[in-house]
Design a binder for this molecule. Sequence first.
Ligand code: COA
Length: 537
Amino acid sequence: MATHPSHAPDGTAPTEATDTPPGGYERHRAPVRAARAVALAGGSEKALARHRARGKLTARERISHLLDPGTPFLEVGQLAAHDIYEEPVPSAGIVTGIGMVERRLVMVVANDATVKGGTYYPLTVAKQVRAQQIARENGLPTLYLVDSGGAFLPMQQDLFPGEHHFGRIFRNIAEMSALGLPQIAAVMGACTAGGAYVPAMADETVIVEGNGTIYLGGPQLVRAATGEVVDAQELGGAAVHTGQSAVADHLARDDLHALSLVRAIVARGPARPLPPPPLAPLAPLRAASEIADLIPVDSRQRMPARAILERLIDAGRLDEYRARYGTTVICGTAAVGGYPVGLVMNDGVLFSESAQKAANFIELCCQREIPLLFLHDISGFMVGRDYEAGGIARHGAKMVNAVATARVPKFSLLIGGSYGAGNYAMCGRAFGPRLMAMWPNARTSVMGGAQAATVLGLVREEQMRKAGQDFTDADRRAMEAPVLAAYERESHPVNAAARLWVDAVVDPADTRDWLTLSLAMAAGSPKEETRFGVFRM
Ligand code: COA
């Protein structure tokens, strides 16, 4: 987590600058740092120079000036789109995250016009929709710093027509406004076509003189459609929209003025200061910076669960639930930064007993309104004849049911592997964690690469045998190698973050800060009542 204005909002700058853990962990962290550097750099030097020549601040500078000085910024989706498209699209061309403005927690959505004119790729749309979802679930006002050419036209079919595509952004604005969550826009550059509906639908809109433009069709399109010749400012500049059309409400001289106007609008809105932690925040038993040294070099090895807990939770104190039963899952109540949390942490594979214990513990947390934190290091549920006969699918389903329907705030952190149905039972992305992160050493896929290669090898061997052909060891090795390589690449945290399967890659040493702000945010959010589904007994 970064603070302002001393650091860029990069999620982890303070730790990276000061400590470099030795040994195996660095192997895990290096690719994450490299991806982060690409994300933070934004667009090309040429695009940046043109941007500055127009008197504009960058997206990250705008955020720095918008937030209360010295307060943290919890960036969401920083590595989005990394290495996904033919050309680099750092941070998917949009910076999103949670920060403080006028002592209110807000969601910020800022287009980066140095990345392809701030146009929306499919993952740009997905990232903005995700930011809005977080804002809605946690009751945050959303501030849009708009500077975008709208849809990235070559990929329109992947971002325009679908249920969760571009239209969802505008529906979300309307629905959040209807819920009483302020929607505030500052138009600091282009705002074209569909994009024009962001400021037009916002509750209150600021526009920057000279640089801000809002129009449904730009000058070229107008000329082609009607023959009218008009320049960008005459068509949709600040003077038109604050003096004639009333699409915008406030005229700003420049970026800094616009940001101060946005802050003033937030200050006029409902005050909802962060609730203080209900318990006195305590340091962990041992320093969180020691966690890196506990991480095995080989990501297939299990993590030392209890040693990690001592370094994560306040005073290392866990009020453990059924400590002597179902011991491959650790359940218990603890605090992070003074905020109570119900912990569900793997310490081995999930058995029927551990799944039932976790389901029961989740019920208790819902009844007592304690937020849940899932710490994943899970290869999956136990397999085998005895376990199937013992009903492991039924017992596992109880845990999945409880996780899915629990309506207390849920947070998910992948500290090691997170595979198969184990990922579901531990509140994977599909189960609605309010925020989800991965450590650089963590991995996630439907199963481990070695297991997938073995399964595919056995299937092929059977096919060849039926066809009366041999399947040699060399055939097996040739088949397995690309599967292993693909799984290593696909299960990596950079790939997961690039595709928005997780909201952030967080270093272990920064995890307490990340969790504290997440829990503080949830503590101030509207409560929901839990209603569980039918548990198969
Ligand atoms: N789709 C795809 N690419 C686009 C684009 C769009 N809608 N708008 C701009 N780009 C690309 C440009 O081709 C250029 O790519 P390059 O860097 O590889 O050359 C890059 O984005 C920057 O555009 P450029 O025009 O050089 O920058 P600018 O800062 O002077 O202007 C815009 C930016 C967005 C104002 C301007 O490009 C524009 O008006 N684009 C059209 C917007 C539009 O009509 N959108 C309709 C969406 S439904």
